[in-house]
Design a binder for this molecule. Structure first.
Ligand code: ADP
Ligand code: MG
Ligand code: MG
Length: 860
């Protein structure tokens, strides 16, 4: 069996399609090698070996050892140097690489193979002792930290102190002698904390490092990352052993990161950062502030031309924007990694559209390139331009959006404040992968160091959070939990506001306003509309929501709840009068007063949705919800209505229900108090007349809630359709019985609308309002993977929907079927609805773009 895959000199055992075995990094190193791009030779040890290694408690099989040794030999040949050789030593990096990129989650060791004799050989061979000892000290640091898990601050502090004593500001000021002496100090630190000598045998170094990378698959921060991103634990990571190339050889060397297009805006410009005389992660670690790629054109024009060639070649080959790591060694370019670039949603849209326009992708392929859920991020707020703002600092605009929150200074604080329901902004010198939980809990991040490709920036873009990075005027004191800037001190818990689009940091809470959608967005939505089969409607109860919904592309209202119209302050007295009426006459009088209100509500919402259908659901909640419950409120109602307080109390008592959600509500109420629904239907009819008189084309539909028995619907329809013979009449399916007898119900219905919130509640027997605590446990224990109130339960609730749709259409082939409820805007649920042949989904206005795109993707 093949465990180890070689790449070098234009040939590779693997290729880009082998991500499961080789990890993303390994698969792409192989692919780039085959494309004849300058990749230093090396080999990838497959994820299978990782899983075996973790199972076998740290042992490698003889077969794996043999294959590694063979590949190492090939690598030596390709590079013309020999591992562990005291005259012409080959050094390698040992790098992790999982199937999907887990930025910064796993660890890498560079310059492996150095010891007192190889370092001298390297110094001699390169005629550059400074470089050799810089590589050695880096190796000791990384090896100690990654392989031996020694806290990195011991050696970092040692380095900082050394620089301070010498009066140096930059690492580049350290001389060969300085670095040599630092290597000795580092080894002493190593000995002191680990009780053993730093290993000098390169083979021992190699195998320990390979083992450590495999083990890092199970480190806490990697586990946490997988949990957040739903990555299976049993994928494992591959290990890449790669010949070293050196960006730290002097001023004709360097290292950098580039993107084939701007990952923040999607613009077709070559975007990136680099550092001269630096190695590995110096660029992303934020130790020195990197230069923008455009400077490279001046500093190293030849390398820049080569890099531009790489840009074209890789983007064309992968048909996607690439994120490339490169190193320049003495003026020669090497590529160390490429992957599909993480990008903001704005960028994702622009890139997908541009690629389609350039002919690289079809429209359908372009539509598949954007994750529907991400569209949410486009609807992020921006600062209200009229709001007063006190800008206290400015950093890099690393990830868009504008947010306010309370300043916290550690990831742990962020998590605990957020758990208390506070909005927080994480303020750090720089973030690191350990902070991931706290970052998730924060509204946004503010860092003092690091560039546009720093950890904080990358994570923010991925999470769709706001980030201002590299804000160097901040003086952060973690121990005092404060940050000083422009003579102001911000303490833990103080409000600040970030604008991730400008990089501004503001004191206090600044008003934000909702996003305005770009031309790209509209183009993309138009394409989605062309491809999808299902219609997208909105759940909207007010003309304002309806107007919003239309601006997002809604094609009607799937659920217009009428109860809020009853809660309005000006109407509540009449509602109460209706409920408390002693006889039918009194009740009728109260309803007559309510009718004009309802009519005007319907006129405005039907007008706002002119040209589209509006499904109006008749009153659903139990009546006692409209009554006062405190003595004081009862007293004031008693004065208002001229009823005795005692009478009111009695009536409230009579309406009390032990389990109101399963109580006297929905169609049950409509049947026991038919005059309420009659009034609502009359109001609809009058509203239609009024609209039509104004020349408006309006299309209401009447929907009865909570039907479980066909006779309920028949009873109501017989009665109500006399008042509104022309208006379509249908029902919500939200109790399991309705689904079971859907063929009977559909004889009296023109449409079904699955009320999946209640249908989930009634199918599981989980209370919508009380299930959060145990659902959390259920998720932890893997009893449920998703909250069924957020993601439609396809195997349970979904089967009821499927069955009811089929049964319903059997007896009524022209039955129109849709869903309303939270699931209507959740991509996997939308795709499921498409597969069942539903006519529409209805969701909250802000999720319409998500539903539209998910619906198009389902149809492609
Ligand atoms: P990550 O997954 O965190 O990106 P990498 O394995 O890509 O980790 O390595 C970390 C850094 O070290 C990157 O900047 C990479 O370019 C650099 N690096 C890795 N291998 C080599 C090598 N053989 N020569 C020079 N630099 C390397
Ligand atoms: Mg890393
Ligand atoms: Mg990398």
């Amino acid at each position: 069996m093949k465990f180890v895959y070689f790449f070098g000199c234009g040939v590779a055992d693997g290729n880009a399609s082998m991500k499961a075995e080789l990890g993303g990094k390994g698969a792409n190193l192989a692919e780039m090698t085959s494309l004849k791009l300058p990749v230093p030779a090396g080999f990838t040890i497959s994820t299978k070996v990782c899983l075996d290694f973790l199972k076998e408690e740290g042992n490698f099989s003889p077969e794996v050892k043999k294959q590694v040794e063979e590949s190492l030999r090939k690598t030596e040949e390709a590079m013309g140097a020999k591992f562990a050789d005291p005259i012409n030593p080959l050094l390698v990096s040992v790098r992790s690489g999982a199937r999907v990129s887990m930025p910064g989650m796993m660890d890498t060791v560079l310059n492996l193979g150095l010891n007192p004799s190889t370092v001298e050989a390297l110094a001699k061979k390169s005629a550059n002792p400074r470089f050799a000892y810089d590589s050695y000290r880096r190796f000791i640091q990384m090896y100690s930290n990654v392989v031996k898990e020694l806290d990195s601050h011991y050696m970092e502090d040692c380095l900082e102190n050394y620089k301070k004593n010498k009066g140096y500001h930059e690492d580049t000021s350290l001389s060969a002698e300085d670095l040599k002496s630092l290597c000795l100090s580092f080894k002493q630190i190593y000995h002191k904390h680990l009780g053993e000598d730093f290993p000098e045998n390169p083979f021992e170094q190699l195998w320990s490092a390979i083992g450590a990378v495999f083990k890092s698959w199970n480190c806490n921060r990697a586990k946490k990352y997988r949990e957040i991103h739903s990555i299976p634990n049993d994928w494992g990571t591959a290990v890449n052993v790669c010949s070293m190339v050196y960006g730290n050889m002097g001023n004709d060397s360097g290292t950098g990161v580039c993107f084939t297009r701007d990952p923040s805006t999607g613009e077709n410009i070559f975007y990136g950062e680099y550092l001269i005389n630096a190695q590995g992660e110096d660029v992303v670690a934020g130790i020195r502030t990197p230069k923008t790629l455009s400077l490279l054109e001046k500093e190293m024009p030849e390398v820049f031309v080569q890099l531009q060639d790489v840009r074209k070649k890789l983007e064309k080959h992968y048909r996607d924007v690439q994120d490339i790591e490169f190193t320049i060694q003495e003026g020669k370019l090497y590529l160390l990694q490429t992957r599909n670039a993480k990008r903001t949603t704005q960028a994702a849209l622009k890139i997908a559209i541009d690629f389609a326009k350039e002919g690289t992708l079809t429209k359908e392929e372009a539509l598949l390139r954007v994750n529907p859920q991400d569209l949410d991020k486009l609807l992020h707020p921006t600062l209200d331009p009229r709001a007063h703002k006190q800008v206290i600092a400015k950093g890099l605009p690393a990830s868009p959006g504008a947010v306010s929150g309370r300043a916290v200074f550690t990831a742990i604080e962020a998590e605990s404040w957020a758990a208390r329901g506070e909005l927080v902004i994480l303020v750090r010198d720089e973030t690191s992968p350990e902070d991931i939980g706290g970052m998730y809990a924060s509204q946004g991040f503010l860092t003092a160091r690091g560039g546009m490709t720093s950890h904080a920036a990358v994570v923010a873009r991925q999470m769709g959070k706001c980030c201002v990075a590299g804000c160097s005027s901040l003086t952060i004191s973690q121990s005092h939990k404060s940050v000083k800037v422009s003579g102001i001190e911000v303490l833990e818990g103080d409000w600040i506001t970030l604008d991730g689009s400008t990089g501004e940091v503001m004191l206090g809470k600044v008003e934000t306003k909702n996003a305005e959608l770009s031309g790209d967005f509209n183009t993309f939505m138009d394409w989605a509309k062309e491809c999808r089969k299902m219609k997208i409607r909105a759940n909207a109860d007010t003309p304002r929501d309806a107007i919003y919904a239309r601006s997002f592309g809604a094609e009607g209202i799937g659920l217009c709840r009428t109860e809020h119209m009853f809660f309005d302050e000006s109407r509540l007295p009449y509602v109460r009068q209706m409920i408390l009426a002693k006889n039918a006459q009194e009740r009728k009088e109260a309803l007559e007063k309510l009718l004009p209100f309802q009519r005007e509500d319907f006129v405005s919402i039907l007008s706002a949705m002119e040209g589209f259908e509006v499904t109006i659901r008749l009153l659903d909640p139990p009546l006692h919800e409209f009554l006062p419950h405190t003595d004081k409120d009862m007293m004031s109602l008693s004065n208002q209505l001229g009823l005795s307080a005692e009478d009111i109390k009695q009536r409230v008592k009579a309406l009390y229900e032990a389990n109101p959600m399963l109580g006297h509500r929905g169609c049950r109420l409509g049947i026991s108090h038919p005059e309420i629904y009659e009034m609502q239907v009359k109001a609809i009819v009058e509203a239609v007349e009024k609209c039509r008189a104004q020349g408006k084309k309006v299309y209401p539909e009447i929907m009865i809630p909570l039907v479980g028995i066909a006779q309920e619907l028949k009873w109501l329809r017989d009665r109500l359709s006399k008042l509104a013979p022309q208006i379509p009449f249908g029902t919500m399916i939200e109790v399991p019985r309705a689904a079971l007898v859907a063929d009977k119900i559909s004889q009296y219905a023109d449409f079904f609308s699955f009320g999946t919130n209640d249908l989930t509640q009634t199918t599981y027997g989980f209370s919508r309002d009380d299930s959060a605590p145990f659902l959390r446990v259920y998720k932890q224990e893997a009893i449920l993977h998703e909250d069924p109130f957020a993601v439609l339960d396809q195997e349970g609730v979904g089967q009821l929907i499927k069955m009811a749709t089929e049964l319903g259409r059997k007896t009524n082939p022209s039955l129109k079927v849709g869903i309303c409820g939270e699931h209507g805007g959740e991509p996997s649920s939308v795709k499921f609805c498409h597969s069942m042949g539903l006519n529409y989904v209805s969701c909250s206005p802000f999720r319409i773009p998500i539903a539209m795109l998910a619906s198009a993707q389902a149809a492609i």
